[in-house]
Structure formats: C-alpha cells, structure tokens
Design a protein around this ligand. Sequence first.
Ligand SMILES: NC(=O)c1ccc[n+]([C@@H]2O[C@H](COP(=O)([O-])OP(=O)(O)OC[C@H]3O[C@@H](n4cnc5c(N)ncnc54)[C@H](OP(=O)(O)O)[C@@H]3O)[C@@H](O)[C@H]2O)c1
Length: 336
Amino acid sequence: MAGKNTQVLMKQHPKGAVTEQDFEIVQRDIPKPGPDQVLVRNVYLSLDPYMRGRMDAVRSYAAHLNPGDMMGGGTVGLVIESNVEKLPVGTYVNGMLGWQEYAVAKANELRVLDPKVAPVSTALGVLGMPGCTAHYGLMSIGEPKAGETVVVSAASGAVGSVVGQIAKIKGCRVVGIAGGKDKCDYVVNELGFDACIDYKAGDMQAAFKAATPNRVDVYFENVGGDIMEMVFGRLNAFSRVAICGLISGYDGKPQAFTGMRHILVNRAKVQGFIISEHMGYWPGAIGEMAGWIKAGKLKYREDIAEGLTSAPKAFLGLLTGKNFGKQLVRVSPETL
Ligand SMILES: NC(=O)c1ccc[n+]([C@@H]2O[C@H](COP(=O)([O-])OP(=O)(O)OC[C@H]3O[C@@H](n4cnc5c(N)ncnc54)[C@H](OP(=O)(O)O)[C@@H]3O)[C@@H](O)[C@H]2O)c1
C-alpha cells in the first residue's frame, strides 16, 4: 500500500517527569506484508502506566527503550492486506503493534477479536490486559471471601474499576480510593462500590478509617506512596495485598515505604505480579468477564483521545489522573 505511516518515537529518556518533548513524531513508509504476514491498520492504541517505566534506562522485568525507538503498546486494528488465509481483510485483531498507524504481523502475534462479543476497544481494557490484571491479582493473590473488606486504589481506572466490581460480585465490602469527587461518585453510584475515598479532598485518613470499620482484608495496590502507607496501617491479621502498580512513583519520583511492621504484626501476605507472565490465565478470565458484561454486572468506561499525534499528551494525562476510565487513542476509523 502506498502512503506514509505515522509513528511516535521516544526521542530521549525523560529527565524527571516525562514531557511532550521526550517524544518525536515521524513519517515512515507503510510496510509491505511478506509471506505469512498481514498488514494491520491500527484503530485503537492503548496507553498504559507501564510505558513510563520503559522510558527509563533502568533494570526492570522488561527491556527499556533507547532514544529513537518506537513507543511500544497494545493495539486493536483491522487487517487491510492479508497473506494469511485465516486472517482475511476486515478481521479485527489485537496485538502489541505500538504507537503507529500501520504494522505488519504474523498470525501468532495477533489475537482475533469477535465484535459480536463486545466492542473491539474492550480488548485493550476490561476484556484485555487491564481486566485480566484485575481478575488475576484479586482472585489469585487477594483471595477475597464474602463479607471481607477489599480496598483498591486508582479505583475508577481500567484495573481498579474491574477489581472493585469483581469483589462486589464475590460478596465483599468494597472501598475505593480515587482522585476527585466525580471519580468517587462514579465508583459508588455507577459501579456499586460501598464507599470511595477522595484522596484529594482533605482528611483522607479519617475518611478511610470511617469507611473501613472492620479494617482491611484484601488490598489491591495500584498507586503506592501515602495511600499505600495509609492502607497498610489498617490491614487485618492474615490480610492479602496484591502489589499491582505504584503509579505515584513512576514519573521520576520513587516513593519510600515504611510499613514493613504492619506486614509483620498482621502476618500479611504481600505479593507483586506482572500479568504478562500469566498468559494461561487470560482466556478463562476474559470469558468470565464477557459474561458479566452481558449480564450487566461489569461496567467499563473509556477515555478516548483523538488521533495518534495526541498520544503523548494523553499519556502525560494518564500519569497525572486526567483520564477518566481506560485511556485509549483512536488512531483510525473502526470500519474498513
Ligand atoms: N502488574 C501488572 O501486570 C499491571 C498491569 C496493568 C496495570 N498495572 C498497574 O495498575 C495501575 C493502574 O493502571 P491502569 O491501567 O488501570 O491505569 P488507570 O487507573 O486507568 O489510570 C491511572 C490512574 O492512576 C491514578 N494516579 C496517577 N497518579 C497518581 C498519584 N500520584 N497518586 C495516586 N493516584 C494516581 C489516577 O487516578 P486518580 O485520578 O484516581 O488519582 C490515574 O487516572 C498502574 O499502577 C499500573 O502500572 C499493573
């Protein structure tokens, strides 16, 4: 196919907080699919907090980017040229095709999506990586039991919103923590959490204590920092903590943690996890969550930025809580 492929690169490692100047937008030729390959036009790009970690030249669970590398990321797209019989033109696919408009890929790098199951954008949110993260972390590490108190931070977000709703399905008391009245109202009134603490509203400690009269049995950690310190101070004996993310420290400001004593005296289990190491878990979790969506028990919200070139700004917004729901970028129209 003739024409140009817009891509977003990491221009340089951020010095402290990431800025739009750390990215560069370039035009390259649209790649040609070889034998056993398809050409995909990306429709949605997922923006995720983990991408910030990839921008720093430090050791982590995955390799970091180098200046000039394209930003990586999950996408949903349409096959527009095909040399693969089982992936005809018009097939919706999910893959890790990055911050670009077009990409070539092999069948084993793509998950075929059925738009009849749910809108295809959900493959990047509730029926994709964030949803599976929520399901796995809560059920496999948190092990919630009916009647227990489950707390989740970043409660209105892609992961947190699913954690709280599953915990409600399992019969728990669910307390969210989120930034701002609108997000807290949504979490309680739309998603059915029992309470939500607005950590920006003033006396977070007193509000949290009042919302957790039986203390905390399961904590699903998404943010770290002061919020994590506070919740660890209310853990119950034999509580379980899933360390999913520490977003308050990602953008150039790592956080100290002083709560080890609470783990000891409460004999708490604290476990970190990376969802991409549990791929075998995904199909069952996605199937169950698709059923809950159909039954009206699991709701989701998306925040869609328009156009690939808006991705850097939207990404900065994700790291500062400007997103309200799963942050996506619409790269191109959803139909052929
Ligand atoms: N371990 C894994 O495999 C895995 C997989 C996916 C995601 N994660 C982690 O899960 C967490 C949530 O990810 P997501 O994709 O669902 O994002 P998200 O919650 O949709 O969006 C990020 C949210 O983080 C909150 N936030 C940002 N800065 C904050 C700060 N300084 N203090 C407190 N909250 C802050 C904001 O919500 P408020 O406005 O409410 O503050 C923001 O909306 C992240 O830490 C991410 O790294 C981990």
